[in-house]
Design a protein around this ligand. Structure first.
Ligand code: ADP
Length: 860
């Protein structure tokens, strides 16, 4: 084994502190990787693995590092960038090197690493003995939030927040990952999330609270509704600590506020419901294709698009803020000229939030600042347009007059100082306009007009010394010099210093010539240094305006979302829903916003009307008739209404709901090792346990995942429980036609209209009152391309079966209901079982199972 060189020793020392990262070790114009890092990177990046003194290594040129870094980050790896921090030859020994930046998937701020303008969240979780919390932040925009939960339900709470934010990185204590075997299963539905484990002490105790105090520069966190014991402070502080360590020496000044929220502050959706409603990510590949967000996103700015997502993540539960948004959307829908004007101004505004983030982290490039300047001017123009609007549309929020004046000044100074198309990098000149610094102008003059400067000096000397024959020459040995023939010069001027004496000629220098030469030689270098210093002054000055920048960025984003929602409403003829605190739900001629947008043929509108006395609508109808679409559109429209948006209906009245539950189809749970039916029942249990009379419940084909008899019994019992106990507004779609025998004053039956002339079946996609009586399964099988002979055989089998084979007949079913709620004494076996029951120690799932068994016992 070769002896370790001093450089390799330095490498190993640094690497030792960053074992979980790929270390990019700067060597001249390359970043080199060694040993395991080299093996891994060469495989991931398809680079040639070489060896240096037996050490595996591979390298990438410094100038093209960005694309390699991006690929490693996409592969979920983190990178420590180690730079040379002293110049070769300075001091003794080898060049000093330090890690100057740590790039992890969740802590990126540069557009070329981030790829898209979507939010890039990091979520930190803490689970304490009785309470836990998550904190979530986007370092690239400064968004920072936290919420607490009780430890009993921490997995549901974590899943809910993971689904809400879809973080790129999850910070968690190594202990939790180790001690909680189901932790990996929790993450199955979140392939984009990279897990980073932290030493347990970093995500517990009161360090978090102290870090927050320090970060916000305050003596107490009362303003954030936090105290020393608040669980939210723990992961929030852990996040700050993590990023501090990754950005040595930099402030995180753009994380200006920590929003502490409670789930009940907004319309609540658990992880499964949010996933199956496909609000911001589709259930298939997690992309935004065919989502509600895709339909609504007509924003012109990146920050607007992110804010729209965040509105959808936190639908409102109070009428006041909903009306505020509706009023503004309505004004914009009515005033198309204003809408067009605002959208035009918006479309020239760059991502102010990310620009501010890079500014805070000292990562804003010269081009960033030029973009910031032009975007600021446009944003201020936008504010002025809103302010002048006769309807008082201005919603400047936190943007005060003094903020606006300060930003006006900064935009002016950016426009006056920086070149319109500056060099991409610092330290290579090409940044600052002329007229900004007299010294810079002089240096540039010197560089650009060096010949002229020298010649004018020569002319000066020729006149002053009375030596018109004096020449100015240059060679590599002595540099610039004056030359004159000996014959012409008897008595050299006193300030002439002889440099060389040749045959017939004398060579002289002067202090001024040497100075000029020195300045010329160093002009370029000094120009670079001075331009950089001027740029950094400008950047540091701008940093003082981070709060005002944050306020203007928020204003732009908000106007953009409102304009986008107005545009969508205008294009699709959506209406303003009447939102109120009552419990009515009326959606006339409602359409599914996503299906409608993607359907080549016309979408058939359907209405839904829950009077305050209605609770459960049972929707029967064959597969493919449009049941799921109807159910989901109802949920999505309620969600839209509570987001403040207009809705795709001809008329709408929405009594505010507290939660939406959506239980549909099987999803990806097989990967978690759970049976589809178990998951279906877990979700059902959650709904029965958590839904309130103010909730909206969507249940599609519950009971399908088990045997027909079990499934039917469960569906029946669940409907009864929903009607008797929960009393939420429920849309319950089922292919168990026998369920329509269920009777209750708060229940109504609907079905999907089908035209059937005995041979041909046409789905009309129309919801009509009353139950359906045929499943048309064979028809759907034929539509799906099942061979005709199979369908014919199935038809023959069906015809040979006794009616409703395998299920309790509807008469029996009705008796179940009557018996269970009747006052008469029950058969003894049933009574015995009931007597043994300890309702206090029963989970909803056990209750459901018990109920099914009870039924079996009663009728066996
Ligand atoms: P079900 O739940 O009854 O099996 P779906 O709701 O999945 O049926 O609808 C099946 C297909 O019918 C959808 O993919 C959609 O293309 C079409 N569809 C559903 N509802 C409508 C409608 N109201 N108007 C037009 N097409 C519809």
């Amino acid at each position: 084994m070769a002896e370790i060189t001093p450089m390799m020793r330095q490498y190993l020392e640094i690497k030792d502190k960053h074992l979980d990262k790929i270390l990019f070790f700067r060597l001249g114009d390359f970043y080199e990787m060694f040993r395991d890092d080299a093996r891994e990177a060469s495989a991931l990046l398809n680079l040639t693995l070489t060896h240096r003194q037996d050490e595996p290594m591979c390298g990438i040129p410094y100038h093209s590092a960005a694309s390699y870094i991006r690929r490693l980050l996409e592969a979920g790896r983190s990178i420590a960038i180690c730079e040379q921090v002293s110049t070769p030859g300075e001091g003794k020994g080898i060049v000093r090197r330090e890690v100057v930046d740590i790039l992890t998937p969740g802590s990126l701020v540069e557009d070329n690493y981030l790829g898209t303008s979507a939010s890039n969240y990091t979520l930190a979780v803490h689970v304490g003995p009785s309470q836990g919390a998550v904190a979530v932040a986007d370092l690239s925009t400064g968004e920072f939030q936290a919420t607490a939960f009780s430890t009993v339900g921490w997995k549901d709470a974590l899943a809910r927040e993971l689904q809400r934010f879809l973080p790129r990185e999850l910070l968690v204590s190594a202990e939790l990952v180790r001690d909680e075997p189901s932790f990996a299963a929790l993450l199955v539905g979140f392939p984009q999330t990279v897990v980073t484990t932290l030493e347990p002490w970093r995500v517990e105790g009161q360090n978090g609270y102290r870090r927050l105090l320090e970060h916000f520069g305050v003596a107490s966190l009362q303003a954030f509704s936090l105290h020393e014991e608040s669980p939210e402070a723990v992961p929030a502080g852990a996040l700050l600590d993590y990023w501090r360590r990754g950005n040595p020496g930099r402030s995180l000044g753009h994380l200006r506020h920590l929003t502490v929220f409670r789930p009940s502050d907004s319309l609540q959706l658990d992880a499964d419901s949010a996933r199956s409603l496909e609000i911001t990510a589709n259930a298939r590949d997690g992309s935004k294709a065919f989502t509600l967000f895709e339909v609504l996103d007509r924003t012109c700015t990146a920050a607007g698009s992110r804010t729209l997502q965040s509105w959808l993540k936190f639908p409102l539960v109070e009428t006041g803020p909903i009306l505020w948004r509706q009023d503004r959307i309505e004004s914009l829908v009515r005033d198309s000229t204003l809408l067009v004007r605002l959208r035009k101004l918006l479309s020239g505004i760059l991502d102010l939030e990310r620009l501010a983030a890079r500014l805070a982290l000292d990562k804003a490039s010269p081009r960033d600042l030029v973009g910031l300047g032009t975007s600021l001017r446009r944003a201020l123009e936008l504010a002025a347009v809103l302010e002048q609007h006769p309807e008082g549309l201005l919603f400047l929020n936190d943007l005060t007059t003094s903020d606006r004046e300060a930003l006006e000044r900064e935009a002016g100074s950016l426009a006056r100082t920086l070149l319109a198309d500056p060099a991409p990098q610092l330290g290579e000149g090409g940044l600052i306009q002329s007229g900004v610094s007299a010294e810079l102008d002089e240096l540039r003059n010197l560089r650009d007009n060096s010949q002229q400067v020298l010649e004018s000096y020569l002319a000066e000397e020729q006149t002053v010394a009375g030596l018109p024959q004096l020449k100015l020459k240059h060679n590599r040995i002595i540099g610039y010099f004056f030359e004159i023939s000996k014959a012409k010069l008897d008595n050299p001027p006193a300030h002439f210093q002889r440099r060389q004496s040749l045959l017939g000629t004398e060579r002289y220098s002067t202090t001024r010539l040497r100075e000029l030469e020195d300045r010329l030689q160093h002009a370029e270098e000094r120009i670079f240094t001075l331009e950089k210093a001027l740029f950094l002054d400008l950047r540091n000055g701008l940093k003082l305006q981070l709060p005002a920048l944050g306020a203007v960025a928020a204003l732009v984003a908000q106007v953009d979302v409102l304009a986008s929602l107005a545009q969508v409403a205008q294009n699709g003829s959506w209406v303003r829903p009447l939102v109120e605190s009552g419990s009515e739900l009326l959606l006339e001629d409602a359409r599914h916003p996503v299906v409608e947008a993607s359907l080549p043929a016309a979408f058939v509108p359907n209405s839904v009307h829950f009077h305050p006395s209605d609770s459960l609508f049972l929707i029967t109808g064959p597969n493919m008739a449009g049941k799921s679409t109807y159910l989901r559109q109802t949920a999505l429209i309620v969600l839209l209404a509570q987001t403040g948006s207009f809705v795709p209906c001809s008329r709408a009245e929405v009594g505010l709901v507290d939660r939406i539950f959506c239980r549909v189809g099987a999803s990806d749970h097989l990967a978690k090792g759970e049976s589809t039916f178990l998951v279906e029942m877990q979700e059902t249990a959650r709904i029965l346990r958590q839904a309130t009379a103010r909730s909206l419940v969507i249940m599609d084909e519950v009971g399908r995942g088990t045997g027909t008899r079990d499934g039917f019994s469960l569906a029946w019992a669940i409907c009864e429980y929903l009607l008797e106990t929960v009393r939420a507004k429920t849309l319950f779609a089922t292919h168990f036609h026998e369920l329509t025998a269920l009777r209750h004053p708060a229940l109504s039956n609907f079905s999907m209209a089908v035209e059937d002339d005995g041979r041909e079946v046409v789905f009309l996609r129309k919801v009509v009152a009353g139950a359906s009586d045929n499943s048309y399964g064979l028809h759907v099988a034929r539509l799906a391309g099942v061979p005709g002979s199979v369908v014919d055989r199935a038809t023959a089998i069906l015809e040979s079966l006794p009616p409703e084979q395998g299920l309790p007949g509807s008469q029996t079913a009705r008796r179940v209901q009557l018996d269970l709620f009747a006052a008469e004494p029950q058969p003894d076996a049933v009574r015995d079982r009931l007597r043994e029951l300890d309702p206090d120690n029963l989970t909803p799932l056990q209750a459901l199972t018990f109920l099914a068994q009870l039924r079996e016992t009663a009728f066996s």
